[in-house]
Design a protein around this ligand. Sequence first.
Ligand code: HEC
Length: 180
Amino acid sequence: MGRNCTSLSDCSASPGRRRIQHCRKRTAQKTFDIPAEDITIPTDEAAVARGEHLADILCTGCHAEDLSGKVFVDEPAIVTIHTANITGLAKTHTDADLIRAIRHAVDTDGRRLTIMPAEVFVNFSAEDLGAIITYLKSLPSVGEERPIPKLTFAGRILLASGGGRTDISGGSDRPQPTLS
Ligand code: HEC
């Protein structure tokens, strides 16, 4: 069995229907091993204020005003997706875990985070990412832990086709995100 297969073309399972099923399962469960990135996390007031500003324009639209997470996609027949409670996670995650989640949308188990828009955050400067992290860590832990999304096959197709993408600015009355 092709234990490490990541796509149909490099799958070593026998061809045909079995191979398609095998690979579908494998690719759905694919994990990512992102090397830990070490950046200096500033602790001065200016950095915390910068982090708050960035989190307010870039994170609260999905993770709720107080960053405790919310029901983000509510289609019970297909999928229910909560955004994570970052205030709680910032207390238990290491800096490297937070960097991996924000920059690469991969959790501590190597799981690809659903919807987390790493393509927007991958190019954060070390200063901006450090500012966001120091701000997140300064917040009191509020609210409940949020469940990891359980995607049905239909849910995966919906997400893969872009159905889960949403305006990250949090509504038409809010400005589009900028890094200024
Ligand atoms: C478009 C919506 C969206 C935006 C914008 C967004 N997130 Fe997320 N984020 C999610 C969702 C959905 C999850 C939960 C995904 C999952 O568990 O599969 C998540 C999960 C996380 C996690 C949990 C990681 C873990 O280990 O479980 C962290 C930390 C996080 N986001 C931080 C941030 C920060 C910081 C920002 C702003 C810079 C941000 N997110 C912006 C949707 C978003």
